[in-house]
Design a protein around this ligand. Structure first.
Ligand code: EPZ
Length: 422
């Protein structure tokens, strides 16, 4: 397995291009299976999760051509025949569960493995299944698989998500657009990833109203056609680099290819730390403050502070002058990075779903273990400000969600080497 060897202490100065969004790409890849012709998606990032999902889509019989040097993907759904997604693939990546909505939505039958948990605990799919049952889909569990069956036309129905869920919203949209006379989804997720999926489905011919709000109304159409679509830039990668830029005095990053609209009030929060954040079109320039102020945050569903930036923000707060806290109200146990940061000298402790941080602490290199995607990138961010050398182990977690991470960071002055950790 690969590891990173990181020499800390050098300031980050320069330009980084933001890649296409992983979490926005996966739903529209699943959505392409609803079409009667091929779909072309550009700005797809070269990430392990994308390759994994390609394999899941190929297993059902679709053709997927991924020109990964040009981030361009063509999905031809016209020969889908095997309406199953197997455990050994679904367990590798939770978003493979979107195959349930895509297959039952298009072909009225699906047999899809329940996804596994993940490093920070169980991640249920009860809302996906209850929403489908409410829609009139027959859902049964058999040996770790979900078997879903739908009639050609499902009667008018509605369902309210509690709590709001990105994945359940995606799956219920995929299941309903070709099937449900009128399906009303309340407390739907409003993340940009969901908005992009709705816009893609409408471009394919779907009838969806309420896009961008927490109440979506879907009305059945008879068919959908393939489209050409340009995937959104990755707002979580962008937020990650903005936070990394704020962590060390002297850092100055220019981030290009951004969609600042998708950041909500995140830029304002970052300015409260003393960082300077200027936004010109699709370019965000960030300058670190000489003294980082402690700004406590609580995560929330969109447009609140994203849980996917929770670990990165807490890591930055180890460099703030004073005490602060980070509370996650979306995932109550997403703190596996805390013991690893403590090995570098951070002073943090977790109490229920809040991590309390005292800063500013000098971090010193050590060997640390990646546990999940966002925890891993936080360890890299800490290593870049730590004294001496840090080894970040099991960086396959990073390869799932950050395209060319070490190239991008080394391009602005970091000293990161990839090595085999044997
Ligand atoms: C998506 O996961 C993202 N993944 C996650 O990003 C992100 O953290 C999450 O949304 C929240 O924004 C992708 O888009 C591929 P949820 P998802 O369903 O859809 C509970 C990353 O780092 N819940 O919105 O699985 C759940 O336990 C990944 O890129 C149920 O109770 O998240 C959580 O507390 C990690 N029952 C809350 O809802 C359900 O059936 C939000 O989860 C489904 C969810």
């Amino acid at each position: 397995m690969d590891k990173f060897i990181i020499e800390g202490g050098t300031p980050l100065k320069g330009t980084i291009a933001i890649s296409g969004s992983k979490n926005a790409a996966l739903p529209i890849m699943a959505g392409a299976l609803l079409g009667d012709s091929e779909t072309t998606i550009t700005n797809i990032p070269r990430l392990q999760d994308i390759y994994t999902f390609n394999n899941v889509i190929r297993v059902v019989g679709a053709r997927v051509d991924f020109d990964d040097q040009n981030n361009k993907m063509v999905i031809d759904p016209t020969h889908v025949s095997h309406l199953e997604a197997p455990y050994d693939l679904v367990r590798k990546m939770r978003a493979s569960f979107y195959m349930l909505g895509a297959l039952v939505g298009k072909h009225k039958y699906a047999k899809v493995s329940l996804p596994g948990g993940c490093a920070w605990g169980p991640r249920p799919v009860d809302l996906h299944l209850k929403g489908m049952e409410a829609m009139g889909i027959d859902v049964e569990l058999d040996g770790g698989y979900v078997i879903a069956k739908a009639d050609d036309t499902l009667p008018p129905a509605s369902y309210e998500l509690s709590p709001s869920s990105v994945g359940a919203t995606v799956n219920l949209l995929l299941a309903s657009v070709l099937r449900s006379e009128e399906f009303t989804l309340k407390n739907a997720a409003k993340e940009p990833d969901v908005v992009q999926l709705c816009e893609a489905l409408v471009q394919m011919g779907a009838d969806i109203s309420g896009i961008g709000t927490d109440t979506l109304v879907v009305r059945k159409v008879d068919s959908l056609k393939g489209i050409q679509i340009h995937n959104d830039p990755d707002r979580i990668e962008l937020g990650t680099f903005m936070i990394a830029g704020a962590m060390k005095p002297g850092n100055e990053l220019e981030l290009t290819g951004c969609d600042p609209e998708q950041l909500g009030n995140f830029p304002e929060l970052l300015r409260e730390t003393g960082a300077s954040v200027s936004i010109e079109g699709d370019v965000i320039t960030l300058k670190a403050p000489d003294v980082l102020k402690p700004v406590s945050i609580t995560t929330d569903i969109y447009p609140g502070f994203p849980t996917d930036l929770q670990a990165q923000w807490a890591t930055m707060l180890t460099q703030a002058e004073g005490s602060s806290s980070v509370t996650d109200t979306v995932y109550y146990d997403r703190f596996s990075y805390v013991p690893e940061l403590s090995r570098l000298g951070a002073k943090m402790h977790v109490d229920k779903n809040t991590v309390h941080i005292s800063g500013k602490t000098m971090l010193t290199g050590a060997s640390v273990m990646s546990t999940d995607l966002r925890a891993s990138v936080s360890l890299v961010m800490a290593a870049m400000v730590a004294e001496k050398t840090t080894e970040v182990l099991r960086i396959y977690h990073l390869d799932r969600g950050y395209e060319s991470l070490e190239d991008k960071l080394n391009g602005v002055g970091a000293k990161i080497k990839r090595a085999d950790d044997q």
